[in-house]
Design a binder for this molecule. Structure first.
Ligand code: HEC
Length: 443
């Protein structure tokens, strides 16, 4: 690419003016434009990204259609990789990084730099580089419990035989873990024990003896912070929700769940709950219409700390945003009445995700705040999952019906704890800003 005179002038002036900062902030891209740029190669720069972000699914016997471990395996997919990665469709992580909160415990996206590395590599013809640079293969420990040895393990009563080449299936399998007394969960994990490659993804719901239910975080292991947990009452049933994607050959599969508990009699100060929001039956998606918007609200009657957000819609859905409308007077209201939390900018029905906020980014919301969920739909033929755009679609359980909801996992705080946690958060962010600005000054 030839730089125009203007470009060059701009760069010169820019570099001269902000040299000390610009070099450290944009050094990479400035250097990238000089001809001596070292090549991005598979063995040196690309494999580490694939090991960290792709191979969990893209390896033999895992759920993705192809393995992405060796150069020979990856090379034929270079173009497809560039497309999926730059559209932020792979790895499956659909949070818009430019809106609201971007710190998650289970963060699964790529950074801008990682995306740029892959794109640059593909555009340069996907060179292999020096085989000697290849790092040792990544290890995946499918068989261990990441939460440590569970005290209670419950498995599916019998294996599920998944016939070759069938359509995708959604199965709900109810299990009785046989708990005879109330306990509080410190950590929980679900994992396939056989036939991992047909389990596209899985979730669990607890059905309490009183009939109420709570969807739990689905991603692998979930360990609660000390002093917080989730209740598992005697007689609680567990429902495994499995999205099954048949493989080329008949496959036997099974899933189990393991729990670690707090000691008997111990009640954690904070007990996580999961509630649905937006389970409205009035959803109205006219035929052949795009960008249909649906709004749902949930009033928080007590101060609340939000732990996880799990959007749930069906095949017509395209996007969803979550924001908090703060009451007139609140600790955090620095002139903003609406606090954007997150947006899913391309919702994919095939990937029901649970986004777990990192400790220091869990939204802290005062009593009286309102969670506002905005869902968008595309009920036209341009939506590749839409098999019948001439049909009106409303609320319903079947996957050809639709929904506009999210599972919110949270715990309530006392007014006093809430004020204290907000103050701690503010002090911390002030500290970070001060550190940053003093760094800038000394540079
Ligand atoms: C959580 C599991 C998972 C992770 C992590 C993941 N993938 Fe995938 N990937 C899949 C599955 C399942 C499919 C097939 C279904 C689909 O397309 O959604 C797929 C499909 C793809 C495709 C399309 C294949 C085709 O036939 O054209 C590409 C390309 C791809 N993945 C690249 C990547 C890259 C690159 C990464 C890492 C940066 C990655 N994936 C991370 C599960 C995953």
């Amino acid at each position: 690419m030839k730089a125009t005179l203007n470009d060059r002038l701009f760069r010169l002036v820019f570099v001269a003016l902000c040299a000390p900062i610009a070099v450290s902030l944009t050094g990479g891209s400035l250097r990238a434009q000089t001809p001596a740029t070292p090549q991005v190669t598979f063995t040196k720069e690309v494999v580490p990204i694939l090991q960290q972000h792709c191979q969990e699914c893209h390896r033999p016997n895992a759920i993705a259609p192809m393995s992405l471990q060796t150069y020979e395996e990856v090379r034929p997919f270079a173009k497809a990789i560039k497309e999926r990665v730059s559209a932020r469709m792979m790895p499956p992580w659909f949070i818009d990084p430019n809106v609201g909160i971007n710190k998650f415990k289970n963060y699964g996206g790529l950074t801008d730099d990682e995306i740029a590395t892959i794109v640059k590599w593909v555009e340069a013809g996907a060179p292999q580089g020096n085989p000697a640079d290849m790092p040792p293969p990544a290890k995946f420990d499918d068989d261990i419990w990441h939460i440590g040895t569970p005290e209670l393990v419950a498995a599916m009563p019998e294996d599920l035989i998944v016939k070759a080449n069938g359509p995708d299936m959604w199965k709900n399998i109810v299990i009785d873990p046989g708990l005879s007394e109330d306990r509080y969960i410190k950590a929980v994990e679900i994992k396939p024990t056989k036939g991992r490659r047909v389990i596209h993804h899985m979730g669990t719901t607890l059905i309490y003896p009183d009939g109420s239910s709570a969807t739990m975080q689905s991603k692998n292991a979930n360990i609660f912070e000390d002093g917080s947990g989730r209740s598992l009452k005697a007689g609680t049933k567990v429902v495994f929700q499995l999205h099954i994607h048949p493989y080329r050959e008949d496959t036997t599969t099974s899933v189990e769940i393991g729990f670690k508990f707090y000691p008997k009699g111990y009640v954690p100060k904070y007990v996580a709950q999961t509630e649905l929001m937006g389970d409205d039956h009035e959803l109205d998606l006219p035929a052949n219409s795009d960008n249909i918007r649906y709004d749902s609200y949930k009033i928080l009657s007590k101060p609340t700390r939000i732990l996880a957000y799990a959007p749930h819609m069906h095949t017509r859905a395209k996007a969803q945003c979550l924001e908090a409308i703060l009451p007139e007077k609140s600790e955090q209201r620095d002139g903003n009445k609406v606090e954007p939390l997150n947006c899913i900018n391309h919702f994919d029905f095939n990937w029901m995700m649970v986004y777990e906020y990192a400790m220091d980014s869990q939204p802290l919301l005062p009593a009286g705040a309102v969670l506002h969920l905005i869902s968008w739909y595309n009920n036209t033929g341009s939506n590749r999952l839409n098999n019948d755009p001439d049909n009106w679609i409303g609320y319903g359980q079947r996957s050809i019906d639709d929904m506009a909801m999210a599972w919110m996992t949270f715990y309530n705080l006392s007014e006093e704890d809430f004020r204290q946690q907000v103050a701690e958060r503010k002090a911390k962010s002030k500290e970070i800003t001060e550190n940053l600005s003093s760094k800038k000054l000394t540079q």
